[in-house]
Write a new protein. Structure first.
Length: 100
């Protein structure tokens, strides 16, 4: 299962399509770079995938879970093997030692 997927991810700012139909898939352990000139939509892509921006269209899927439109994760994300998944850490209180 991919660690992260973007499916037809799109973002408009007014009439400007900053992101238009982005599809990508990142496997666990894979490192994927985004390259492109200024204004290509790299920051918008990261903003939408991380939840700082809401997409106009499309889906963001993290570890098989549709997280489209979910807010950014605020809990410290886990170094603990017992709590390494997003679901585990986002469900815990931010102060939880299980997610540190
Ligand atoms: N908050 C915003 N409001 C309006 N337009 C924006 C906003 N953020 C980015 N844009 C526009 O979206 C396009 C993509 O920008 P951006 O994602 O920052 O590109 P990159 O990071 O690749 O340089 C650009 O035309 C930029 O001007
Ligand atoms: Mg940028």
């Amino acid at each position: 299962m991919p660690a992260l997927e973007a499916r037809d991810l799109s973002k408009w700012f007014g009439g400007l399509a900053a992101l238009d139909g982005l599809d990508l898939s990142v496997e666990p352990g894979e490192i994927l770079g985004l390259i492109g000139p200024n204004g290509a939509g790299k920051s918008t892509a990261l903003g939408v995938m991380s939840g700082f921006l809401s997409p106009s269209r499309g889906q963001v899927v993290l570890e098989g879970e549709d997280i489209t439109g979910s807010p950014p994760i605020t809990a410290p994300v886990g170094a603990s093997p017992a709590c390494s998944s997003r679901t585990c850490c986002s469900a815990a209180a931010p102060s939880s030692t299980a997610c540190r």
